[in-house]
Design a protein around this ligand. Sequence first.
Ligand SMILES: [Zn+2]
Length: 111
Amino acid sequence: MTQPLGLLLRQTEMRMQEILQDFSRIKRYAQLLEEENGRLKEALAALTREGTGGAAGTRAPAGGQLGTLYRQGFHVCHAAFGSLREQECLFCLALLRGSSRQSPDFGGQEK
Ligand SMILES: [Zn+2]
C-alpha cells in the first residue's frame, strides 16, 4: 500500500459523490425525456386523429401537419425535430415557408 488508508477513503468518498451527482443528473434528464415523450405521444395522437381516413393513400400537404406540430410548440426543423420549442425557430419557419416550394429561402433579415 503506497497511500495511507485515510487518503484512499477520502478519494473514494469524493468519487462516490461525483457518481451520485451524475446519477441525479441522469435521473432528472430521464424525467424530462419522459415528460417530453408524453407530450409527443399526445401530439402524435392528435395528428393521427386529424388525418382520418387511413394513412395509406392520403397525401396531406406536409406544411399542414408540420404546421400543426409547430403551433403546438414542437420543432419541425431537421436540427431539433420533435423537441420542445420555447420561442420561434427560424429553421422551422423557413422549412414551413418553403415546404410548398423546393428552395428553402430565408425571407427574414440576416445579421
Ligand atoms: Zn426548429
